[in-house]
Design a protein around this ligand. Structure first.
Ligand code: PLP
Length: 361
């Protein structure tokens, strides 16, 4: 038995994505070549670019393919020079480490950006400013009020970057309605291949390239494009109706899970809007590591929500920013569901969680 409940770490490759990518590596596809293979590659890359832009309602914006969401965040934050950055306390490390001098925007106990503080920070700032706030948090799933943030930031003349890596393919991402200046996306959180992301930005924005060389990607990101991954990225985007249906299905599973643990578990951000299928659950008194090992022994793959590249469990900066005590923050597991998750799997998770809960000392 193997149950995968770690979709926010990476989602399994969708069958249609694999199919779209399979034939391609056999062809000598370099979009910069002038011969027929090169022209065909260029056509396929531009079709994928257009599909992604349409999907995020980003017609009129510029899309730069990158090697990951991490790279897109680096390009947005390091590339926009001469700006002061304000970033929320719960951003992904790829944002926080790209702007170490940033002023940090606090969040409330539900993990939602404090709009009063943001307004005060913007009102006191005289330098050109970029605000960076994510669409949905990878640990809690909490959705940020991005439309309100852009309205406020624009009122004070600031630009807004949004890391939508955990939103794409799960909830509606509408750049035009959100009036964003820059948006980061990544393929592997929604069933596409790993190692491909994109930064979407307004055409009048000038960024210094973080990778220089042959001038690919309109001069924003040098290096031969990963054609197969780009095609796979576009193929991963679900049809609107399918996405809506899946959103409703996962919301029901999430409700079932959280209802079963009511009164025993602490669920973070539970009164805020969240992406369906993500629950960050504390079992007070039992460390994340103990829980993760026990679930793994029972064939359930989860994470604590803050696993770093070393594979060690660290206390989440997101929970600390929400004012959660370190002991409680150290007793969480994150359930993140996706297309393959079934009701039966959630029932098994509940059964094992209850067993661990009963056995705790
Ligand atoms: N931003 C968020 C919110 C994420 O959850 C992640 C991945 O965990 C990233 C950025 C980085 O994306 P990638 O894995 O494509 O570098």
């Amino acid at each position: 038995m193997s149950i995968y409940l770690d979709y926010n770490a990476t989602a399994p490759l969708k069958a249609e994505v694999r199919e779209a990518m399979m034939a391609l590596p056999l062809l000598p596809y370099n979009p910069s070549s002038l011969h027929r293979f090169g022209r065909e590659a260029r056509k396929r890359v531009e079709e994928a670019r257009a599909r992604l832009l349409t999907y995020v309602e980003g017609e009129g914006y510029r899309l730069v393919f990158t090697g990951s969401g991490t790279e897109a965040n680096n390009l947005a934050l390091k590339g926009l020079q001469g700006y002061k950055v304000m970033a929320s306390a719960i951003e992904h490390v790829s944002v926080l480490k790209s702007c170490e001098q940033a002023e940090i925007i606090p969040v409330d106990s539900q993990g939602v950006v404090d709009m009063v503080m943001l307004e005060s920070m913007l009102a006191h700032e005289t330098a050109p400013t970029l605000v960076s706030v994510m669409l949905a948090n990878n640990e809690t799933g909490v959705i940020q009020p991005v439309a309100e943030i852009t309205a406020l930031a624009h009122h004070y003349g600031a630009l807004v970057h949004c890391d939508a890596v955990q939103g794409l393919g799960k909830i509606m991402v509408d750049m035009a309605a959100l009036r964003l200046d820059m948006l980061t996306v990544s393929a592997h959180k929604c069933g596409g291949p790993q190692g491909i992301g994109a930064l979407i930005l307004r055409r009048n924005l000038h960024l210094a390239a973080t990778l220089t060389g042959g001038g690919q990607e309109q001069g924003f990101r040098a290096g031969t494009e990963n054609v197969a991954a780009i095609i796979g990225f576009a193929a991963a985007l679900p049809a609107r109706e399918q996405q809506k249906h899946e959103q409703e299905r996962l919301a029901k599973l999430q409700w079932k899970l959280e209802k079963a643990l009511e009164g025993k578990a602490v669920i973070f951000g539970h009164t805020a809007p969240r992406i369906p299928g993500t629950s960050l659950i504390a079992m007070p008194g039992v460390s994340s590591e103990t829980q993760l090992i026990a679930f793994d022994l029972h064939g359930i793959a989860l994470s604590s929500g803050s696993a770093c590249s070393s594979g060690r469990v660290t206390v989440s900066h997101v929970l600390l920013a929400m004012g959660v005590a370190p002991e409680l923050a150290g007793s969480v597991v994150r359930v993140s569901m996706g297309a393959g998750t079934t009701e039966d799997e959630i029932e098994k998770f509940i059964g094992i969680w209850m067993m661990l809960y009963e056995k705790r000392t």
